[in-house]
Design a protein around this ligand. Sequence first.
Ligand code: GAL
Length: 370
Amino acid sequence: MTISTKAMVGLVGATTALAMAGCGSDSSSDGSASSGSSTAKGGKIALLLPESKTTRYESQDKPLFEAAVKASCSDCQILYSNADQDASKQQQQAEAAITNGAKVIVLDPVDAASAGSIVKRAAQSKIPVISYDRLVAGGSKPDYYISFDNETVGKLQATSLVSQLGDAKGKQIVMINGAPTDGNAALFKKGAHSVLDSSGVKIGKEYDTPDWSPDEAQNEMDQAITALGKNNIDGVYTANDGTAGGAIAAMKSAGMDPTKIPSTGQDAELAGVQRVVAGEQGMTVYKAIKPEAEDAAKLAVSLVQGKGAPAGLITGTTNNGTADIQSIILTPVAVTKDKVKDTIIKDGFLKASDICTGTYAKACTALGIS
Ligand code: GAL
C-alpha cells in the first residue's frame, strides 16, 4: 500500500506486485500470499471488454472466460463491463472495478494509447493487468499480454485475397481497415500491406474505419464505388467480418456481385461464416477464442490467488513501445469455404445447424457440412 507508483512502474517482473495483489486484503504481506498459494482462495477479477458491434466479445470471450474462471476457482467473482467502444467509459469501468475490490484486471482496450492510464492507475493499487487481445501502450507496462499473432492475421487475409484474384497484376482493390484507435488494426494493416504491396495489385482506395463500424465500412465502400466505378473494383480487403458485411452490402446495392469480387474477413462470426459458405465473402480468419479466453482465465486465477503465471503458459515477450511484456501468442487460421468444416465446426466454435439455415442449407450440402 505504501509502494509508490514510481517503484511499481520500475518493477520488471511484476511478481512481487502480483503476489501482493493476490491477498484477500491489500494490507496482507506478500510473504504469506506466496507461501499460502496452495490453499489459495479466490478474489475479484475484472473483465473489461471493448465493444459489442463485433459479436465475439459477448458471444465468445465473455462466456468462455467466465466458465473457465468458475471451473477452476469457485471463490472467484468476475466484475464484467463492456465499454461499447467508448474509451472514457472504459476508464470509468476500470475505476469502478478497482473501487469494488478487483484484484486482477483483464483489459481489452478500446483505445490502446489512452488505456495506458488504466494500467498506471491499477499499478498504484498493486493490481496486475492482463492486456487481453489488444496490447495496451500509452507509456504503460501491463503485466501480461495474450493475443493472436496479429500481423499474421493481415498476411493470411492478403495472401488469400491475392490468390482469389488469380493473376493479381493490374487488378484494383479497395482496402477497408479497422479502427485507428485499435493497435491490432494497425498490425492487421501492416501484415496485409506486406503482402499486397509486392503483389502487383493496385490499391485504389484505402480507409481506416472508426469503431470497426460495419455502417462506416458500408459508407467507405459506397465512396470507393463512386470514385473508382463499380466495374473497376476486382477485390476488397476488409479487416474483419463486420466490415466485410458493410462492404458487401454496399456492393450489392450498387448492383455488384460479391461472389465474383473476393473479400476478406476475421473473427469467424456467424454472419461472416454464412457469407463465406455462400461464396459472398472470400474468407475469414478463425481465431480460436476458447484457448485465448481460457489461458487468460488461468492466468487471472493464478494471479488473484497470489501465484505468478502458471508454468509453461508464457511463450515469449512483445514490446508495447515501453517494455517487453510477457506474452502468450496464439496462431490464427485462414478459412476459405472448403475449410469451414475442418476448423470452425470441428472445434465446436460454431454449429453446422446454426450456419446452415434457410438459404445457406444448399451451400452447406455442397460443401459436405451437416
Ligand atoms: C480486434 C480484434 C478482432 C476484432 C476487432 C473488432 O482488436 O482482435 O478480433 O474483434 O478488434 O473488434
